[in-house]
Ligand binder design. Structure first.
Ligand SMILES: N[C@@H](CCC(=O)N[C@@H](CS)C(=O)NCC(=O)O)C(=O)O
Length: 224
């Protein structure tokens, strides 16, 4: 096994953030694509608790949970391209908003995407309220990390690509240019960065994946 290995899935926003961090740091890595419908013994061995990707395997030691992996990468290869701010309070806030975005914004958007009728309206409204909090975090800055992209930008990197697909498939608008102009501008700036752009999964594949997931979630809903 190579020194740094990522066990991942090419359509996963959680895995792409790890690739972005490794590329920014100039760390060579091997990528092992996992079939999530038929999980490999390697994934089950390295992430027995959650059985999810991504897992970073460094010298045969596994690290799971993408935000934890980002911090590990930043601490280990700290010389090149620091991701988290130096100031302890700013570091804590970056971690806070990354967690908030995964738990409230992303989960809220996924729920809003597959729900229907009145439930969908409520979920959309609640997700938008969460995105308004993120909008405030970028006031006066080009990126969440300041002049350069950092940890929080990578953590929110699903918004310009994955969220746009969810909006299309779920026929909804969560990050509206008029209501959230700063977040929209950030999306535009972030996605233009060549290193970011080159690791994005093809949009059509993502549309097919999200469409299938929405169908599956709706089939599980209690009134179906
Ligand atoms: N909180 C985890 C989420 C990881 C996650 O949900 N990964 C998905 C792929 S996008 C997965 O492995 N799903 C397989 C499953 O749930 O069985 C992280 O940040 O790493």
């Amino acid at each position: 096994m190579g020194e740094v290995k990522v066990i991942g899935s090419t359509l996963s926003q959680f895995c792409t953030r790890i690739e972005w961090a490794l590329k920014l740091k100039g760390v060579e890595y091997e990528y092992r694509v996992e079939d999530l419908m038929n999980k490999s013994p390697i994934l089950l061995k390295y992430n027995p608790v959650h059985k999810k990707v991504p897992v970073l395997v460094h010298h045969d030691k596994p690290i799971a949970e993408s935000l934890v992996i980002l911090e590990y990468i930043d601490e280990l290869w700290k010389e090149k391209y620091p991701l988290l701010p130096e100031d302890p309070c700013e570091r804590a806030m970056a971690r806070f908003w990354a967690k908030f975005a995964d738990e409230q914004c992303l989960m809220g958007a996924i729920g809003a995407c597959w729900k229907e009728g009145e439930e969908k309206d409520k979920a959309v409204e609640s997700a938008i309220e969460s995105f308004v909090f993120l909008e405030k975090q970028i006031e006066g800055k080009k990126y969440f990390g300041g002049e350069e992209i950092g940890y929080l930008d990578l953590a929110l990197g699903w918004i310009p690509h994955w969220l746009k697909v969810m909006e299309q498939v779920g026929e909804m608008k969560l990050v509206d240019g008029e209501k959230l102009p700063l977040l929209n501008e950030w999306c535009h700036n972030f996605i233009q960065i060549p290193l970011i752009k080159e690791s994005l999964p093809p949009r059509e594949k993502l549309v097919n994946y999200v469409t299938a997931s929405v169908g599956y979630m709706r089939s599980l809903a209690p009134n179906n």
